[in-house]
Design a protein around this ligand. Structure first.
Ligand code: NI
Length: 169
């Protein structure tokens, strides 16, 4: 596995729609391994393939407390959204910024796993937020288009460092 370079807002690739994965190949397995390594290294809760320059519908997420429960989603589709949560959000592709975004509090997603088997993932709270954020990346949508008010300079948030991990996906 290897770290990949995270693309930063302003890079065109972050605004493009991703293609479906039709077949699992060794280089896609390698990409998924690299995405996990890159996400953990950057201390993010999620990463989408376009963030490392690949226009494929692949996301990795780990919103667990311990950071040891990775979820890999290929061709994810949102089946259900309900409830509402308003909170701070950030993105590894928009470094040192955060903003307030309202999202559904519950989400149900259909996707394929690494074996190309269909799986259903349900999430609430932070996991639901991460799922919606990452799936948006696959359509070329960044959270900054959904921010209520202004983007905040994350250096102003250091006093609340306990919440910092939530702010990067
Ligand atoms: Ni992001």
């Amino acid at each position: 596995m290897a770290l990949r370079t995270i693309r930063i807002m302003g890079d065109d690739i972050l605004t493009k729609k991703c293609r479906e994965v039709t077949e699992m190949k060794p280089r896609i397995k390698e990409l998924i391994g690299d995405m996990l390594e890159t996400m953990y290294h950057a201390e993010g809760v999620g990463l989408a393939a376009p963030q490392v320059g690949v226009l494929k519908q692949i996301v990795v997420i780990d919103a667990s407390e311990e950071g040891d429960q990775p979820i890999i989603l290929i061709n994810p589709q949102i089946l259900e959204l309900s409830g509402e949560q308003t909170g701070r959000e950030g993105c590894l592709s928009v470094p040192n910024k955060a903003g307030i975004v309202t999202r559904a509090n519950y989400v149900k997603v259909k996707a394929l796993n690494e074996e190309m088997e269909e799986i259903i993932v349900e999430g609430e709270g932070l996991l639901a937020r991460a799922l919606q954020h990452e799936i948006d990346h696959l359509s070329g949508v960044l959270y900054v288009s959904k921010v209520e008010g202004d983007l905040i300079d994350a250096s102003l948030l250091q006093e609340e460092a306990g919440e910092e991990r939530e702010a990067q996906a």
